[in-house]
Design a protein around this ligand. Structure first.
Ligand code: PLP
Length: 455
């Protein structure tokens, strides 16, 4: 029996009515992928306010590697709520905070002593990582990359790419932020081989040290090992290794922003582990708390210990409820059997959409790592220019929703569909949901090109 069960058209009448309350009372600036009101959720299924059941392939934007309401997480949080909700780590000690830190320190790459700080969300973790790196180095400069997303606070907005959506009319931004090129292997410039492009991208880093930035003034290079919001772009090992080499040479801190790619998402606890490159600090959030707000900076103890007493911390950061959830989720996310779900997701997405690609030349790229996948759409006649086709993606997202599957857009050009499902999604549900999206892609493409599929 299919898992998707629709009693009404989507959005149903109750979802629509609740949507009206949102329109009346919630800021219009808050984005929303689909107009669905959730009543409950379990695993990879969402039950809406009209009694419909949908399959969720985006999990709150990668927050739910262990699925909605994992029983271990619910148990841990419920038991902890009865004990103490938030005595405040800036006031007293509670051991769950140290337990989360201990687990992160033990599993983060690098054969050196590590320490961690916990915070509430991704942007706050990135802010902390930058603060700590600046303090440690006594320098101000921060290097970030094209397509990067680091958050919506003032500093992290300044570090983020995609100006129109995330930054327009909200400056001025912090100074001393330098943005450099990062290789995207789907967009190798015409006339270059992949290897030439990679070598050129690495050379650009060296060039930047002469042309745009002063190495000894740089506190940190901040890089997502797999761009998330930027379109699920895995960064080649050669480039990550080059960033590491430059950080070592100029004395900068290498920070891997793993807010989206970490917490088991790619099949390792941290995506950077696939590369063998060892950063100094890693930021992590999203699936760490299995839905509860918690983030962390983990890394070299001597860097983490550099700021003066009282220089870091927050009222709610690392509260016991979120830590209880994190301990439960980390138990799953460090289990190789559980993490194997990521490889299964990647194989399924590739299998389904490689087939679609035969009929839909607009499906330019299928890429990602483990449970972090995307399909990118370009105008088929645009040749090597690969002109983005965002309208197609918006229609695919909207129509997949109406058929009972939740996916989301991604990419600097908003022309990719992103999949961040739970790593434990049952194979039948994954097949069913990907089948729906595949049908939708074929249909929408055929309608837009007014050609029968396969013609
Ligand atoms: N860094 C990365 C790589 C992210 O993907 C995100 C959020 O998507 C953030 C930082 C910001 O996280 P938050 O929305 O929790 O502040």
């Amino acid at each position: 029996m299919p898992s998707i069960q629709l009693n009404t058209a989507l959005p149903g009448p109750n979802s629509q009515a609740l949507q009206q309350r949102r329109r009346d009372h919630v800021t219009a600036a808050l984005g929303q992928t689909v107009p669905l009101s959730v009543r409950s959720a379990q695993g990879s299924l969402i039950h809406d306010a009209d009694g419909n059941t949908l399959i969720d392939l985006i999990g709150g934007i990668g927050v739910l590697a262990v699925g909605h309401n994992h029983p271990d997480v619910v148990r841990a949080v419920t038991e902890q709520a009865a004990q103490s909700i938030n005595p405040g780590m800036l006031v007293v000690n509670h051991d769950l905070y140290a337990q989360v830190a201990e687990l992160l320190n033990a599993h983060a790459p690098g054969d050196f002593r590590k320490k961690s700080i916990l915070a509430n969300g991704g942007a706050e973790a990135v802010e902390n990582a930058v603060k700590i790196a600046r303090y440690y180095t006594g320098r101000a400069g921060i290097v970030v990359f094209e397509g990067a997303y680091h958050g919506r606070t003032n500093l992290t907005m300044g570090m983020t790419s995609k100006y129109g959506l995330f930054k327009k009319n909200m400056g001025p931004f912090a100074s001393e932020i330098y943005r450099l090129h990062v290789p995207n292997l789907y967009r190798v410039p015409p006339g270059m081989t992949e290897q030439q492009y990679l070598d050129w991208s690495c050379d650009q880093l060296e060039f930047a040290l002469t042309a745009y930035i002063d190495g000894p003034a740089i506190a940190a290079f901040v890089i997502e090992p797999v761009l998330g919001e930027g379109g699920i772009v895995p960064i080649p090992v050669q480039f990550l290794a080059k960033v590491r080499e430059i950080c070592d040479r100029v004395g900068a801190v290498m920070i891997a922003d793993e807010i989206q790619s970490g917490s088991g998402r790619t099949g390792r606890l941290f995506a950077i582990e696939h590369s063998g490159v060892v950063p100094d600090l890693i930021t992590v959030a999203k699936s760490l708390g299995a839905g509860l707000p918690i983030s962390a900076v983990v890394g070299r103890a001597e860097i983490m210990d550099a700021p003066h007493l009282g220089a870091v911390g927050s009222t709610y950061g690392g509260g016991p409820l979120a830590c209880a959830a994190a301990v439960a989720s980390l138990r799953l996310l460090t289990d190789p059997e559980f993490l194997a779900g990521a490889g299964r997701i990647e194989a399924s997405v590739r299998r389904v959409f490689e087939d679609v690609q035969r009929d839909v030349p607009a499906l330019g790229d299928i890429r990602g790592l483990g449970g972090m996948m995307a399909i990118e759409f370009v105008h088929p006649g645009s040749g090597e220019t690969k002109t983005p086709w965002p309208e197609l993606v918006m229609e695919i997202v909207a129509r997949s929703f109406r058929r009972g599957v939740i996916v989301m857009r991604a990419g600097l050009f908003t022309n990719a569909v992103r999949f961040l499902p739970a790593l434990n999604i049952p194979q039948e549900q994954l097949d069913e949901a990907l089948g729906v999206v595949a049908d939708v892609v074929r249909e929408v493409y055929a309608e837009h090109t007014r050609q029968p599929v396969g013609a």
